[in-house]
Design a binder for this molecule. Structure first.
Ligand SMILES: *Cc1c(COP(=O)(O)O)cnc(C)c1O
Length: 371
């Protein structure tokens, strides 16, 4: 999805994506796992920043392997990157075989049924690679330990599959001390040792920082590329996305006035309010609303922070700019970006940077900057 066509003067918000920072983050992650190939996870429209733009910038920097969530994401990425290796994490959705093979997309196979269907597709002439996904403790997608044992005990099935990747996914890599990390590593190694000829992949962004044991042949970073927090309590890599909303209106309210839906917040004294042109329809979570007795989110404008006042509306938020000198209609307020980390904004809405980024919505004027 690309919103480049929305001109700034027709939008309430603008999103600036620093592709130079994205590439720098990919290089940082690659340097942490020097023995492995570093792929890029670009599912959910590249975590909201634009999968095609992000992937093209990463491919130009030397990234050759990409992971998308869904076949339709893969088909669009294939049109932009004819030579890349592209894996589809959702697996083999019934009815998708022909579309996958036509676009040379590699399914991540996660059940005996999917493996049977892919073997049948290969016998019918499909020649693209495929990953085998082993569940080692997430209990989401992937073969169970018993299913993995059955598969590795069937060399004819392995030969028919000719897997291009063996992978698993860590549940708690963002918490390095969590005991599940080592348990998952041990479980993955057992399957890996039965299929030593197949390239292996375990680490997401945070998994890369668990050390060499977790790197195997290929790493799959996502969120760290986009500049959000990926290890509990650790700062992110470079900021990639800056979201700003336009000041549509500046107004004064007097003591006793309420602001916004539900009249949930009452001005104790005379206040100056700036009304901004983005709301929950743009992915600014309503849970960041402010009300009497509980403060919500904040924005950054003219060098200062300004707190939300009242509820987040569909298209609008209001902030208290009483202490910020010179705010004018037409100013841009930073909702997150270099001055206001996306994870802080997310935390004030009770969520994580991942959810804020992937929920950005499509009404912004988008600008892509390369360093
Ligand atoms: C989303 C995803 C990743 C990337 O995870 P991050 O935490 O964003 O680095 C890697 N592998 C799989 C299977 C995923 O679903």
């Amino acid at each position: 999805m690309t919103d480049e066509s929305i001109p700034e003067q027709l939008a309430g918000g603008r999103l600036t994506i620093d592709l130079g920072a994205l590439v720098a983050n990919w290089r940082t992650l690659a340097a942490r796992a020097p023995g492995a190939t570093t792929a890029a996870v670009v599912k959910a429209d590249g975590y909201g920043v634009g999968a095609l733009e992000a992937s093209k910038a990463l491919a130009a920097a030397g990234c050759g392997t990409f992971f998308v969530g869904l076949p339709e994401e893969g088909i669009r990425l294939r049109a932009a990157l004819p030579a890349a290796t592209i894996y589809v994490l959702a697996g083999l959705i019934p009815g998708s075989v022909e579309a996958l093979t036509r676009a040379n997309l590699r399914p991540v196979l996660g059940s005996p049924t999917e493996i049977d269907a892919w073997i049948a597709a290969r016998r019918a002439g499909a020649s693209t690679g495929a990953a085998i996904h082993i569940d080692t403790g997430m209990n989401r997608l992937g073969l169970t330990a018993a299913e993995a044992r059955d598969l590795v005990a069937a060399p004819d099935r392995i030969a028919a599959l000719a897997p291009s990747l063996l992978m698993s996914h860590l549940a708690c890599a963002d918490t390095p001390a969590h005991p599940l990390n080592a348990r998952q590593l041990a479980a993955f190694r057992i399957v890996r040792s039965a299929l030593p000829q197949v390239p292996a992949s375990l680490a997401n962004s945070s998994g890369i920082y668990l050390g060499r044991d977790y790197h195997f042949d290929l790493t799959r970073p996502g969120v760290a590329l986009y500049g959000a927090v990926f290890i509990d309590g650790q700062p992110p890599l470079q900021t990639v996305a800056k979201l700003e909303a336009r000041v549509l209106r500046v107004r004064d309210v007097t003591a006793g006035d309420t602001v916004g839906y539900g009249a949930t917040e009452t001005a104790a004294t005379q206040r100056r309010i700036a009304v901004l042109g983005a709301g929950y329809a743009d992915g600014y979570h309503r849970a960041a609303s402010s009300r009497d007795g509980r403060s919500g989110g904040r924005v950054f404008l003219r060098g200062h922070f300004a707190a939300l006042i009242g509820r987040v509306s569909m298209d609008l938020i209001a902030v208290d700019v009483t202490a910020v000198r010179g705010v004018e209609e037409g100013d841009w307020a930073e909702l997150f970006g270099p001055n206001l980390p996306v994870d802080e904004v997310a935390a004030r809405a009770g969520t994580i940077g991942y959810e804020l980024l992937t929920g950005l919505g499509h009404r912004y004027a988008r600008r892509y900057a390369a360093k």
